[in-house]
Design a protein around this ligand. Sequence first.
Ligand code: ATP
Length: 963
Amino acid sequence: MESKRSVRNLAESIHSLLGLKKQLTSTWAASVCNIIKDLSSEEPFNSSNKIKCMNFNSSENKDSDVDSVISKIQGDLAALNAQLNQLNIQRRQALNDFLDLKGNIRVFCRIRPLIEEEKFGDLRSVVALDSSKVLLKLAENKSKQYSFDKVFDPGSSQDEVFSEVEPVIKSAVDGYNACIFAYGQTGTGKTFTMEGTHDCPGVVPRAIEELFKQAADSNHTFIITFSMLEIYMGNLRDLLVPQMTKPTDAMTQCLSIQTDPKGGIEIENLVEIRVGDFNQAKKLYGLGSRFRSTASTNSNVTSSRSHCLIRISLTSSDATERRRERNKIWMVDLGGSERVLKTKAWGRRFEEGKAINLSLSALGDVINALQRRRSHVPFRNSKLTQVLKDSLGEDSRTLMLVHVSPKEEDLCETLCSLGFATRVRSIHLGSEESTDTRAKKEVAMAKLLEKVKQLECDRQDVRKDIKKLNEGLEHHLSKTKPSSDEHLEAPHSVSECNIKIEKKNAKDVTVAPSSQLPTFMRPTICSRRKSGIDFPTTKNSHKKISLPTRKRKPLSIRAESLTFPLKEISEYGSECSIARTTCLADYETEYSQNASECDIKMIVLPEQEKSQMSFGHSTRSKAQASHISTEGYANKKTNKVGFPKYFTVENWLQLQKNEPTTCSYTRGGKRVLAIPLPENKIRYNVQNKADILHNEEICNYDFAKKKSYNHDKINKLANTGVTGGSIMEMVIGDDFVIGNAGSKPNSPYEKVKGMDETPGSLDDFVINEDRCSPIPPPDMRCDGFIQNKDFPWATESERFIEQASPDKQNLPESFLINDSWYNPLSSSDMSQNNTVDLNAVSHVSVSKCELELEYLSCNTKTLSEECEKKDLCGFPLHMVGESRETRLCLNTVTSRRALFLDLKDANQDDLTLPFIESEEKICNTGILYFLGQKVQILCASALLGLGVQKLGLGHDFFYGLML
Ligand SMILES: Nc1ncnc2c1ncn2[C@@H]1O[C@H](COP(=O)(O)OP(=O)(O)OP(=O)(O)O)[C@@H](O)[C@H]1O
């Protein structure tokens, strides 16, 4: 009887599936496969079987009953999933109709309430007439009216604002790009709307929360990643990576904007962290907000001095009905427009305001061009418009929240803001609608919204049923005795089934020949097939891989990034990802609705770009570590490649907290990654081999036994972002080299290879280890450097001690350097007391490099006096010298060094003026601090024998010094 019932259930399931054939997906297919598999284990129901059944013992009977129940549940599950998908489609359709009626670009206006101290005058220039109109009082008997999609009066709550944003977030779950930005005069409440406060969270936290909710409700597997950046004075800054604030911090590199042939925008080097839930995203948001550039101005105590952009990317490879496989939401808190005359900003504040105004006017130009449907839209005029390019077009949802101040004195600014917002709004409206049309539209929209809500309720009910059935299924499965391993591994639910496919295929990824696509875009296996490239050979290549038939998708569909869990590979729980990998549907790429996860996820990597893969998009300090790829250590023989891994949020936050000095740079044409190592694990012995190799934590290399090193451990460390005081560096490429960051003077590695040569492999090092000798380093140059405060030999005393007494025995109390006495014991006191107490150490030449150090003899009180004596200016920064080299003399209390720095690449005109004329201003701008840090790094690197370093500061920087 049970068997018959099962067959009937199956028939029902198949019937329901066929009825909804359009929505068939691979996950459904997997469910049906399970049912069939279970049924096939049962014999056909005939008389002989009946006799057999009669002979079954009781336990067999019981098993058979349970199997039937399982089959039934699975059948029901398949039917419910079909229903759920149907509901999803209907909801999406209704939502799209609703948003289409509303318009792709919607503009809301929020009027800030008067704050306590402003209430005194209570002269309001702008008032909300109704939910869509504002009235601006221009003069006694003159006013102007503006219409918007929604007007939020001063009393409106964050809830009310978000209720209007919500549909856009829902639409983003359906694969639409979205851009929500807050615009307005400084101090009008943009940050309040976007970020909110702890008690009244703003749009960003609410949107992220909603996103996770919607993603969970959608019955699809999503990969959600979080990035945050700011555009400060025309430069992009990653807000998830702290900017350099200490001399020992890693140098940061620029983010660059890339455009694909279809106009899609990607930001190279931007840190992208996978977030599993709202709380994780919130933590990252908190981290990013901390690093944002804010300052007090006359208009706002905590004025944002930059545009802050939050990007949430969603990827779902199993939701074929989504608009795109990978889409993104930008949430932008624009810097406030301000009239410099009014804010009386000067110096840096003035420059910031200018940069903000410039980019806002570029945004205005773009919007103007879009509005007039010009053939040329000037996206390239500012970084802001470049970044938002693909989110401001027709195929995306744009939401602008214009903020205005109610104060009469802000009338001019309010007029500008409202004018700008009206222009934006007219992009989609063309001419103003009649009241009748508008009323009809409102009714239609209300109906659609009601329908969406109803469908969401239905969806919720179905999901509850699915949950119950899944629990029942698990319960019954646990009762059944596994008959084979295969049975044990049978996926219990649809989602588990997906994961299994992903895991399996992740192991089978291989390398394939190059393609013409830009760095951040790679063809999929599909495009390889089409272009005649062989299917990759895998570990299991003897097994023929059958590919499902493919259907063409519309050309506009693009799969940009695919990520999948690889739990058994990474014990840190981080997810493996083919980050920044784009396959364009119109670029030789076939895309299939029915393609298995395997097909989509096998990404072809050009051979010569193997080593770039993990770094192509993460050339910046900690971003390096976040995306470090096992492929950096790929075994050449097997050609096997791993994937870059997203940092887990916890690891990332931990990393920021401990402020490690992870850094990457290029040396001798090789990419070098320096990662922090656990504290107290490395023994420093200048006279010996690369100390790093003695560290059991890092590698098993034993010099005596010449055991080989351990790739895995290094990989793990790189991926977990172990923090601590010491650093190892490695060259990422065909092989890797490890050595000591900071290039210890007597490093055998340097001795063997020289810093200006391509670093050798570890084997080179081992072969030559006997030749190491404590000879001072050769004259060296390199493109980058890393310095860590915890390197004992980074201090002058160590270095001089080593020079004076290599074996550290019989240390002299002081020793002579160039006719001056240096007391190593006094150095620590000096730094603590912030005084300069050296006994006139002058002109220490570090090897043959072009950098000279001069130590001054003075203390804090007599600093100026001493400087004058030495014919130096008493001000913190002064230019000395002329001729071929520009000599910059830094003489700060803390650095207690003067440095003659080679700045020949810098523009002389830029340099001369500020240093001589604007010392006070320099102090006030804060740039000096930054420059000081840089110079300190240079000092330290000179002491380490690294030679001349470039300052890495453009003309903009020096221009800034003049302010
Ligand atoms: N709707 C509101 N309700 C209560 N307080 C508000 C509201 N809008 C703004 N404020 C308050 O006004 C002040 C300025 O707001 P906010 O910093 O968000 O302005 P802003 O537009 O982001 O300024 P800037 O462009 O200079 O960064 C803050 O103290 C904020 O709390």
